[in-house]
Design a protein around this ligand. Structure first.
Ligand SMILES: Cc1cc2nc3c(=O)[nH]c(=O)nc-3n(C[C@H](O)[C@H](O)[C@H](O)COP(=O)(O)O)c2cc1C
Length: 175
């Protein structure tokens, strides 16, 4: 699969096949892609906590509130991405430039993870809606939790949707 094919076929999956666990080697391939992601000053300010089996049910519980993310009940695996501190240079750069590079870096790592998941035939949904304190307690995480990624196999009959995106003209300027 070339990258554009991956980008076109990846979509947020909200219906998973609960009976089909994700193979460890596929999760490892996704993690390897995330590990290779670029980051500001190569600080890699993140940690990935992989959750499968019974514990995945408990993580799913932490992503459902106010009617959001009801579908996570059937997700067999989650990656919880917590934020680690900057290294010295990234911290200094962030201060001088007034930028939060850690969130940028975490977004890039999540994109690498989900792209490789698509290449592996897996379905994913990046989740920004979760109960952070509950997750920290459940998984004994001391750092802030920034993203959760649902991973699994799409339930049968989950078609590829047409992408809703701004047009190229809206999104780009050439000078
Ligand atoms: C940072 C971030 C947080 C998101 N949080 C959620 C979420 O909590 N629940 C959900 O169903 N989708 C969530 N999404 C998925 C987006 O809604 C989705 O990527 C967007 O609508 C585009 O659709 P597509 O991924 O199917 O192409 C999130 C995506 C990102 C990048």
């Amino acid at each position: 699969m070339d990258f554009l094919e991956i980008a076109k076929s990846r979509q947020s999956c909200r219906a998973y096949d609960r009976s089909r666990p994700v193979e460890r080697e596929k999760l490892l391939a996704c993690l390897e892609a995330a590990r290779l992601a670029p980051s500001a000053c190569n600080a890699q300010p993140y940690h990935f906590t992989l959750v499968t089996g019974k514990q995945a049910e408990a993580v799913g519980n932490c992503t459902r509130s106010l009617g959001m993310n009801a579908f996570t009940e059937s997700v067999p695996a989650f990656v919880v991405i917590s934020e680690e501190p900057y290294n010295l240079t990234a911290g200094a750069g962030a201060k001088v430039k007034g930028q939060d590079y850690r969130s940028v870096d975490i977004g890039i790592a999540a994109a690498y993870f989900t792209a490789e998941a698509t290449a592996q035939g897996l379905a994913t949904c990046i989740l920004g809606w979760f109960e952070e304190k509950k997750l920290q307690t459940l998984l004994h995480l001391r750092r802030p939790v920034r993203l959760v990624i649902a991973v699994g196999y799409a339930a049968p009959g989950n078609p590829l949707r047409a992408k809703k995106r701004k047009t190229m003209e809206e999104l780009t300027t050439w000078k």
